[in-house]
Design a protein around this ligand. Sequence first.
Ligand code: PMP
Ligand code: GLN
Length: 389
Amino acid sequence: MQTAPGVAPASRLPASGTTIFSVMSALAREHGAVNLGQGFPDYPIDPALIDLVTAAMKAGHNQYPLMPGVMALREAIAAKVERLYGRAYDPESEVTVTSGATQAIFTAIQALVGPGDEAIVFEPAYDSYVPAIRLAGATPVTVPLAFPGYRVDWAAVRRAVTPRTRLILVNTPNNPGTSVLSAGDCAELEAVTRATPIVVVSDEVYEHMVFDGRRHESLARRPELASRSVVIGSFGKTFHATGWKVGCALAPRAITEEIRRVHQFTVFAVSSPMQHALAAFLAEPSRYEGLPAFFQKKRDLLREALAGTPLELLPCEGAYFQLARYSRVSDEPAAAFAERLVREVGVATIPLSAFHQDGTDHRVIRFCFAKKEETLLAAAERLRRLAAG
Ligand code: PMP
Ligand code: GLN
């Protein structure tokens, strides 16, 4: 059969290949590797959550919900944020339910910046930030996080701010850096943005994964910052259900109006039964209060298990990732090393170089520890063999 020659459109994102998460998960499947790459749990979600979805479907919640989100869920989100961080967002005009944090980030960026605007991003950066800025027609301005602690260098931020800066994207706890913003960092951010038109997009999807007694410094805690910020959450991360793709964006009314203008033409609305289930589940603080201890135990187990390998572990303040340098094993670039680990050792990780636009490579790899104990131990066992070899 003859096929017509296809059309090859000019790429809107010529610098982007397939995301590193898809690439490493595919490699892991191909080689039967233990997958500590892509950030998703390998243990089941709470059965109560599954029952709540079934109940919501049986109760007839199967048609379009309200465009900004099911009101019960918006109310539950606002109540939780007020309880934890002290700011009362109005569910009617300041809370929007999104299809995961990814859509919240993308939609906020499309709504808030355009050609001629600059948006500051810290690198290493979660991989969706820069492409979303580019698609909006704005210019990404990257500021490196200081290695090896991956902390913000505020002098560098001040140098990067220009009269064209319209947006600063922060991520705490940080993926992939695993650092968290301190109260001092938030005060610096306040000072940098004061008397400017800058909006802050604060990706807080790992808000419940903060360790060693630290507290999560949500921008919602600080009235001055909250008045210019979009605070973003993810139920996929919080309730171990990354496949549900439900998140939220909280912002003052005028910012929310702009976000919803774009949201209504991006997804219009988010899965109705999932929202009803989450509303009921979220109402009980016990559903998330134990999360820091739950993940800290996994972090410590992995750190202990990797202590018998030549990998050099970096500190982990938050998020569910453990970073490691491998200079005692190899001087390969991180992407090549990570690929070899999958093929030869049977463990999938993520090379941190994938989170840099400019080729920076600190020779660091990332392990996800949101996994069953046996999965973490199996990975460590394989990595010990690498040492012996
Ligand atoms: N931001 C960061 C920092 C992430 O690690 C992720 C990955 N979960 C997301 C956003 C996207 O979250 P979601 O799966 O809810 O779209
Ligand atoms: N957020 C997850 C991570 O950092 C992956 C998200 C994705 O696969 N797009 O691993």
